[in-house]
Design a protein around this ligand. Structure first.
Ligand code: C2E
Ligand code: MG
Ligand code: MG
Length: 725
């Protein structure tokens, strides 16, 4: 069986003709050619059929009894559902006018009767194709139209958003005091907000197209402080830098930059918001400055100095051949200047010293004030360690010349400790510690000199630490004992008293001199318990002698007292307690204090000394003359006795100066109603000089060395005046 393919009709055609023959012929022909055909015989029917089921094409006769073809066509064209249907007129009329009317009423073509079938087919086909093409075009157009509309809408919305944001941007830019700019990637200004005038002093126009980099402070450019770069990320920290204003001064700006990127993410511009933060930056700088500098001298303080030394230590580890030195400078007897000339002059002297030190070093070096009268130098990048010695030498030389300070001529000297850089140092503090140690060594060696820190000093520190440890144990194990040195009346040779002098019988070291351990005891605070024991022991001994020997009744016991003991809050109570326990009369006790204790001059010490005198305990100034004390202050203290230092006595026969000094001291004491003890009389010659000067009392090997208690007791028992010849 043949399969006849079902052909879809080529088109749906409505034939309108009142002549049945024509209608029939055309219907058959077109049906045969694959068209679906409907036929009607008058205009009214044509309109009804076309409206109810619009055909693809209409073949329309002109001359019909009810409505003319023109009228039908006109009505078809008025009605939306039918107006697009192509109408081909069929007519016997072949007048030009008829064709014109046919076309003007909306027809697309005109076929003259009697018609050729082929012509009808050809025209029908053509117009149907045309219609299809038109439909396609219409469809495409509609599509295009829709897309155009969509795009237009998008653009409209975008524009609206853009306009809104631009309006916002301008609103903000033009109304805020911050400077808002649009910059090209290479830093050119593309827009500047009006605040440009108030922030930079320029009108926005003046800077348009100029580069920001022309305004930035060269230092800030160099230090890479300003890195507006194309890869700037959102949320990057603000940049702080200096820019030049029109008036040529610089202000500090804080800028937040935001990259403007194109659709591919490339930075094409920057929006920057800048604020004048000069006041804040200057305040911060001032704060940092005060935190790192000494207010009086404006020199770097300890913190800054240590920071620099720390840096130097780290640098030493990286760079071979790099060397530096730290100098620790302490003014000698600065306190005296303060006390005698007043704090204002003291301060002025410190400032003068600061300037002097600065003038003696290079720019790369650091001069710092650690506090009080302590200065430090960091001599950086020295070629040779002798450079450091030269600087120290220069400082000492310069101080030989007195300084003029606020109308006063002030002499001052300094003790300097020097330490050189070495790979062994891990921290700056170690260098400072050793420089300090060397400085103390310089002081100990007689002041106004420098000492270089060396290994031996380090060893000595270790030694002192050990000594301190042993001392602590010695106290627990009661390894201490007292010796007693007679104090004699020079005119008569009568014994007047003893000075108690402590000894340490240390198992490993033997008998240790107080010159070795007393300073350690003082530094470590051990002098307080040790001193308490000495006081107790000495009082007890004197009371025992007085109780057992009549010749001892009027003797006094001199006990050395360290300043720490006096500063102890419970000292007076303890003193009372000792006297009460031992039953020693207060006037039989004499306390020896040093000039430096007096020079501390605190109200507390003053008060304690007054309370001591109120109890009728005697007070004596030990080592008088070595403490650089001005004689003028003496009357302010309740002192009974001056003990002239041994160093004056042992040179008395050789030096007119020394003799003069001792003479002056004796006279001063007489004037102030004090008595004088000459310490360390070793020879008859010295003794004679002192007698000549009418010095009242004396003590020394010439009479007797410090004696053990038993020996002293023996001396008392066999008492007779000392043989003075
Ligand atoms: P100082 O208080 O000035 O004691 C006098 C020192 O001179 C004693 O030395 C004594 O032995 C010594 N000396 C006495 N006569 C002569 C002499 O003719 N020639 C020489 N070259 N020296 C003489 P010492 O006992 O070694 O004491 C030294 C220092 O140690 C004392 O000086 C004192 O500052 C301190 N010291 C001694 N005992 C004590 C104490 O119990 N407590 C306190 N805080 N310090 C003490
Ligand atoms: Mg003494
Ligand atoms: Mg003395």
């Amino acid at each position: 069986m043949d399969i006849v393919p079902h052909e879809t009709p080529k088109g749906n055609i409505l034939i309108v003709d009142d002549a049945p023959d024509n209608l029939h012929l055309l219907s058959t022909t077109l049906t045969e050619h694959g068209y679906e055909v409907r036929g009607v015989i008058n205009g009214a029917m044509a309109l009804r059929v076309a409206r109810s089921a619009p055909p693809d094409l209409i073949l329309l006769d002109i001359k019909m009894p009810d409505l003319s073809g023109y009228e039908v066509c006109r009505q078809l064209k008025e009605y939306p559902a039918t107006q697009e249907i192509p109408v081909i007129f069929l007519s016997a009329l072949d007048e030009v006018l008829d064709k014109v009317r046919a076309f003007s009423s909306g027809g697309v073509d005109y076929i003259t009767k009697p018609f050729q079938v082929a012509e009808v087919l050809a025209r029908v086909e053509t117009h149907l194709n045309l219609q299809t093409a038109k439909a396609e075009i219409r469809h495409l157009n509609a599509d295009l139209e829709q897309r155009v509309q969509q795009r237009t809408e998008e653009i409209r919305q975008k524009n609206q958003a853009l306009q809104a944001s631009e309006a916002r941007f301008r609103l903000i830019a033009e109304n805020m005091s911050d400077l808002v700019c649009l910059q090209s990637v290479d830093g050119r200004y593309l827009y500047l907000s009006p605040s440009c005038q108030s922030v930079l002093g320029f009108q926005p126009d003046e800077l348009l197209n100029t580069s920001i980099y022309d305004l930035i402070h060269p230092e800030d450019l160099q230090h890479g402080r300003l890195t507006i770069s194309a890869d700037l990320q959102p949320g990057a920290p603000p940049l702080v830098y200096r820019v030049r204003r029109k008036s040529n001064d610089y202000i500090w700006l804080e800028t937040i930059a935001q990259a403007v990127r194109d659709s591919e993410g490339r930075t094409i511009q920057f929006v920057t918001t800048s604020r004048d933060v000069t006041a804040r930056v200057l305040a911060e700088e001032r704060l940092t400055y005060t935190a790192l500098h000494d207010a009086l001298t404006a020199l770097p303080n300890r913190v800054l100095f240590m920071e620099r030394v720390e840096l130097a230590v780290r640098r030493l580890k990286r760079h071979e051949g790099y060397a530096f030195a730290v100098l620790f400078i302490d003014l000698d007897r600065f306190k005296l200047v303060n006390d005698s000339l007043g704090h204002a002059i003291g301060d002025a002297l410190l400032v003068a010293i600061a300037r002097l030190l600065e003038s003696l070093v290079r720019d790369v070096d650091t001069v710092a004030r650690l506090g009080g009268d302590e200065f430090t130098l960091l001599l950086d990048e020295i070629d040779d360690f002798t450079d450091a010695l030269k600087v120290a030498q220069r400082i000492l030389e310069c101080l030989q010349t007195p300084l003029q300070v606020e109308g006063h001529t002030v002499f001052t000297t300094a003790s300097i400790g020097i330490v050189f850089s070495s790979a062994e140092y891990q921290h700056g503090s170690e260098l400072l510690r050793d420089a300090d140690l060397a400085m103390y060594r310089a002081k100990g060696a007689g002041r106004s000199r420098y000492e270089i820190f060396d290994k031996a000093m380090h060893a000595e520190v270790l030694h002192l630490l050990k000594l301190e440890n042993d001392l602590r144990q010695g106290l627990q194990k009661q390894e201490f004992l007292l010796y007693y040195q007679p104090i004699v009346e020079l005119t008569s040779g009568q014994l007047r008293g003893f000075e108690a002098l402590v000894r340490w019988n240390q198992p490993d070291r033997g008998l240790v001199s107080p010159n070795q351990f007393i300073p350690v005891a003082e530094d470590s605070g051990l002098i307080v318990p040790l001193g308490a024991w000495i006081l107790q022991e000495a009082c007890q001994q004197m009371r025992a002698w007085q109780a057992s020997l009549s010749c001892a009744a009027d003797l006094f016991m001199s006990v050395n007292l360290a300043s720490q003991q006096i500063r102890e809050p419970g000292f007076l109570n303890y003193l009372d307690q000792v006297l009460a326990q031992t039953h020693l009369a207060p006037h039989s006790l004499k306390l020896e204090i040093t000039e430096s204790t007096l020079l501390e001059g605190t109200d507390q010490i003053m008060m304690t000394l007054t309370h001591i005198r109120d109890r009728h305990i005697q007070l004596s100034i030990d080592d008088f003359g070595t403490g650089y004390s001005s004689l003028s202050y003496l009357h302010r203290f309740p002192i009974n006795t001056l003990k002239v230092d041994r160093s004056f006595i042992n040179q008395i026969q050789n030096s007119a100066d020394r003799l003069g000094i001792v003479k002056a001291i004796v006279m001063l004491a007489q004037t102030l109603d004090m008595d004088v003890v000459a310490e360390g009389i070793e020879t008859l010659e010295q003794f004679n000089y002192l007698r000549l000067l009418q010095c009242e009392l004396g003590q020394g090997y010439f009479f007797a060395p410090p004696l053990e208690a038993a020996a002293a007791t023996h001396l008392l028992q066999s008492l007779r005046p000392f043989n003075l010849n």
